[in-house]
Design a protein around this ligand. Structure first.
Ligand code: DP6
Length: 397
C-alpha cells in the first residue's frame, strides 16, 4: 500500500490505561478548579483484558493548528478547562526539556492529534473518564518522552478527573489527598502491585445502560455544600476506612477488605441521601445486588463477597478466585440469559440459592455482566490509532 510519508514528520505514541473502582470513595472537592479531594481514597485497578482505553497521542506540523481529540470514532470537545489543564501542563514539561537540550525537536509547539477508543461499550454506563484521562496523560507524556514517574503524572491526570489519578497504576492504589494549596501533594501512589494479591476478582452487574442522572462532579459539590453527615464521613469514617483497608491489603485479609468496602459504599450513598435535595444513584436492582451479596455471605458462613457502587446503579462485586464458584456460580444461575459471561462461568456450580424475589429483580434489571479482576497499570502499545502518515484510524463502538 502506498503511504505518503513526505512533508513534516509525524510523532506518535500509544498507550492503554485501565478502569479503577474505588473501595474507599473519593467524594467531595476542597478545590474544584484543581480537583483537590476532601479525603483520601483507595481503588483496585481492573484488568485491561476486559476494560481499557487505548489512546494514541500524535503531533506534527502537518496537522491543523488546533489540537483535536477523537473518542470512539466521534470528534470530542477538548476546550474544557480540565482537558486544557492537562495539555498545558504536559506541554510545559516538554518545553522545559527542549529548553535544556536544543537538539530535541520542538514537539511542544506542534498541534496534537489524539485518537482514543474504549474496548467496552460506552452504553455499559461504566465510568470511563478515569481510564480516559489516565490514557491521555500517559500517551502524551510518552510522546514527549517525559521522565516523570506515574505519581508525578497523577498530579496532572487528577486535574482531568479526580479518579483518573488512580488509573496510572495497577493493583491497589491510594490517592493521598494532600494539604498543599497548589495540589502538588494530591497524588496517587501504589499501595501494593497486582502481583501482591492477584486472586482479587470483580463481577460487575450492569444495571443501567443510560447515562447517569447527576454527574459525579455536580453531585459531590451538592453533597459538600448541604450534607451534615458528609462532615462526619470526612473527619471520622474515611480515615478509619483507609487505615483498615491498607492493613487488610497488606495482610491479604479479605473479610476485613470486604467489610470496609461495603461500609464505605454505604457511607458514601448515605451522604448522597443526606444531600439536600437528595441524590439517589442506587436503584431497586442495586439494592437487590446488596441483598444477594448478603445472602451469599450468610450461606457461606463467612464474608466472601463485597459490593460497592459508584455514582450510578451498577454493582461491582469483589471476591477472591477461591470463591469463584460460590459467587459467579450463584449469579450465573439467576442471570444465565444475560450477556457478558465468560465460558468458565458455565462450569462453576454453586449450591447457594438466592431468594426468589431478589432473583426476579436481578433478572429484570441487570442488562449485562462483566467478569474481571485486579490488573496492571498503563501499558505502551504498538496498536497505533494514528497512521505513520498522520491519518487517524476511526472505529466506532
Ligand atoms: C463515586 O473522578 O468522576 O466514582 O473529579 O469530578 O471528574 P471528577 O469526579 P470523578 O468521581 C468519581 C467518584 C466515585 C468514587 C471514586 O471513584 O473514588
Amino acid at each position: 500500500m502506498y503511504m505518503d510519508l513526505s512533508g513534516p514528520p509525524v510523532y506518535r505514541s500509544t498507550t492503554t490505561a485501565p478502569v479503577n473502582i474505588a473501595v474507599v470513595k473519593y467524594w467531595g472537592k476542597r478545590d474544584p478548579k484543581l480537583n483537590l479531594a476532601t479525603n483520601p481514597s483507595l481503588s483496585v485497578t481492573l484488568s485491561q483484558d476486559d476494560l481499557r482505553t487505548l489512546t494514541t497521542a500524535s503531533c506534527s506540523a502537518k496537522f491543523p493548528k488546533e489540537d483535536s481529540l477523537t473518542l470512539n470514532g466521534e470528534p470530542s470537545d477538548i476546550s474544557g478547562a480540565r482537558t486544557q489543564a492537562c495539555l498545558r501542563e504536559l506541554r510545559a514539561l516538554r518545553a522545559k526539556l527542549e529548553e535544556a537540550d536544543s537538539s530535541l525537536p520542538k514537539l511542544s509547539e506542534l498541534p496534537l492529534r489524539i485518537v482514543t477508543e474504549n474496548n467496552f461499550p460506552t452504553a455499559a454506563g461504566l465510568a470511563s473518564s478515569a481510564a480516559g484521562f489516565a490514557a491521555l496523560v500517559r500517551a502524551i507524556a510518552d510522546l514527549y518522552r517525559l521522565p516523570n514517574n506515574p505519581t508525578e503524572l497523577s498530579v496532572i491526570a487528577r486535574q482531568g478527573s479526580g479518579s483518573a489519578c488512580r488509573s496510572l497504576f495497577g493493583g491497589y492504589v491510594a490517592w493521598r489527598d494532600g494539604t498543599q494549596e497548589d495540589g502538588l501533594d494530591s497524588k496517587a501512589v501504589e499501595v501494593a502491585p497486582a502481583s501482591h494479591w492477584p486472586e482479587m476478582r470483580a463481577l460487575i452487574l450492569v444495571a443501567s445502560a443510560a447515562k447517569k442522572g447527576v454527574s459525579s462532579t455536580s453531585g459531590m459539590q451538592q453533597t459538600v455544600a448541604t450534607s451534615g453527615l458528609f462532615k462526619q464521613r470526612v473527619a471520622e469514617v474515611v480515615p478509619k476506612h483507609m487505615a483498615t483497608i491498607e492493613e487488610a491489603i497488606a495482610k491479604k485479609d479479605f473479610a476485613s477488605f470486604a467489610e470496609v468496602t461495603m461500609r464505605d459504599s454505604n457511607s458514601f450513598h448515605a451522604t448522597c441521601a443526606d444531600t439536600y435535595p437528595p441524590i439517589f444513584y442506587m436503584n431497586d436492582t442495586s439494592r437487590a445486588a446488596v441483598r444477594a451479596v448478603e445472602q451469599i455471605n450468610e450461606k457461606a458462613g463467612k464474608t466472601i463477597a463485597a459490593y460497592t457502587f459508584d455514582a450510578g446503579p451498577n454493582a461491582v462485586i469483589y471476591f477472591l478466585e477461591e470463591s469463584a464458584a460460590a459467587i459467579v456460580g450463584t449469579f450465573y444461575k439467576v442471570l444465565s440469559a444475560t450477556e457478558g459471561w465468560k465460558d468458565e462461568a458455565k462450569s462453576l456450580s454453586s449450591e447457594i440459592e438466592l431468594e426468589e424475589t431478589i432473583a426476579q429483580i436481578l433478572k429484570g434489571g441487570v442488562s449485562r455482566v462483566i467478569q474481571t479482576g485486579v490488573g496492571e497499570g498503563p501499558v505502551k502499545s504498538n496498536e497505533h490509532l494514528v497512521k505513520p502518515t498522520g491519518d487517524p484510524i476511526i472505529r466506532k463502538n
